[in-house]
Design a protein around this ligand. Structure first.
Ligand code: ADP
Ligand code: ASP
Ligand code: MG
Length: 405
């Protein structure tokens, strides 16, 4: 009998009433599948509330204590879900990340899962129990609890599915599938029946928070299908899997917005080999992910380097850039916190010229200025002013006929 992994997000666990409904849904599945592993996020906005508490007591909490705190929301949800399942007459047990054998690297807040020892989960399944595991957390070499990044419970679920040989991982959330764009911003967005791993990975990495990007990566590597579906309705949702014929016919499959970017420019750096390497090595050493990058053309042996980072990293990235600017004799460092990145994604764009031109034209015709551009074979992203972001998303969604899926 194959194992079924079902993950319930915070939005599906917003109240004890919702927890009882989730328990009933799990029990329904248990009647069809012998072995069920449930992965839970923290209830509602619990993680945000815990982060607020941390800020009230410290400007710079130690990463260890920060993770010790923000991982606790999942412990509450897991114990309550297990209790609710037992209250409805089915044996269940909750396990924390460490108890479930989920190991991570020695980094806090964005640790990667390095291995899973499934022996405890297996023995509880053998005893006939529904096993409820906390998402988002694991344990490192020092026996400390770590967290794996905001929205990471999706990844916990897919990693467990891969480890337990489950062919499908069900992700239950507050939308009934993956849409052509965020249906909360563009109500005309259409639900996709299926989407390829590669497109989903781009959409998730570019800001569609319906799935954590690493969950899609892990699903692709291990050939686990992800079924994104509503925790409120019984209907089939969206299947994330290998390429399907469907996408090839459409140049663009989806559009996304990331409103959490910030832009930094180091002005008048010397134009010689190794300079860009030094700038980005220093940022990488501080675990700062850089997203889009442009270097201006050389003029009088100097040029500007402009790049974007997550808004949370802006302070640290600006300090490092100022240090590097001083060391390398650059003129100044400027930053802009109100940047957004709008992107279109589709495997079909490789074979259809003119998609980028059309995107730039649509933005230009609506007086939206493009600050940075980045492309890959299956996506085009533009950094624009945050004030134009939602309007740009709606315009592009319409221009590429995503409302006609
Ligand atoms: P959960 O609490 O279940 O993990 P999330 O809030 O993390 O739920 O993710 C679900 C949300 O993702 C939806 O409510 C929706 O607003 C947002 N979203 C963004 N882009 C998309 C998309 N392309 N398709 C569906 N939902 C999307
Ligand atoms: N509770 C965590 C968060 O809010 C993890 C998750 O929801 O997936 O980021
Ligand atoms: Mg989520």
């Amino acid at each position: 009998m194959t194992v079924l992994v079902q993950k319930f997000g915070g939005s599906s666990l917003g109240s004890t009433e919702r927890i009882r409904a989730v328990a009933s849904r799990v029990i329904e599945s248990k009647l069809k599948h012998q072995d069920i592993v449930v992965v839970v996020s923290a209830m509602g906005d619990t993680t945000d509330d815990l982060i607020k508490l941390a800020r009230e007591v410290s400007d710079h909490p130690s990463p260890r204590e920060y993770d010790a705190l923000i991982s606790t929301g999942e412990n509450i949800a897991a114990a309550l879900v297990a209790m609710a399942i037992e209250a409805q007459g089915v044996p269940a047990v909750s396990l924390t990340g460490p108890q479930a054998g989920i190991y991570t690297e020695n980094l806090y807040s964005k640790a990667k899962i390095t291995k899973v020892d499934p022996s405890r989960i297996m023995s509880e399944l053998d005893a006939g129990k529904v096993v409820v595991v906390t998402g988002f957390q694991g344990i490192n070499d020092l026996n400390d609890v770590t967290t794996i990044g905001r929205g990471g419970s999706d990844t916990s679920a897919v990693v467990l599915a891969a480890t337990l040989g489950a062919p499908v991982c069900e992700i239950y959330t507050d939308v009934d599938g993956v849409y052509t764009t965020d249906p909360r911003i563009v109500p005309e967005a259409c639900k996709l029946e299926e989407i390829s791993y590669d497109e989903m990975l781009e959409l998730a990495s570019l800001g569609a928070k319906v799935l954590h990007p690493r969950s899609v990566e892990c699903a692709k590597e291990n050939r686990v299908q992800i079924h994104v579906r509503s925790s409120f309705k019984p209907d089939t949702g969206t299947i994330v899997k290998e390429d399907s014929q469907m996408e090839v016919n459409r140049p663009v499959t989806g559009a996304t917005l990331n409103e959490e970017e910030a832009l930094i420019t180091i002005q008048k750096l010397q134009d010689r080999p190794g300079v860009a390497g030094q700038v980005f090595t220093r940022l990488a050493e501080s675990s700062i992910n850089v997203d889009m990058i442009i270097q201006s053309a050389e003029e009088d042996q100097v040029n500007d380097i402009t790049f974007t980072v997550h808004q949370n990293d802006l302070k640290a990235a600006t300090l490092i850039s100022q240090e590097v600017a001083r060391d390398l004799g650059a003129k100044a460092v400027k930053f802009d916190e109100s940047i957004a990145k709008v992107s279109i994604v589709g495997v079909g764009m490789i074979s259809k010229p003119g998609i980028a031109a059309k995107m730039f034209r649509v933005l230009a015709e609506n007086s939206i200025n493009i600050k940075l551009i980045s492309t890959s074979e299956i996506k085009i992203s533009c950094a624009i002013d945050q004030k134009d972001a939602r309007r740009a998303l709606r315009l592009l969604h319409h221009a590429f006929e995503l409302d006609k899926h």
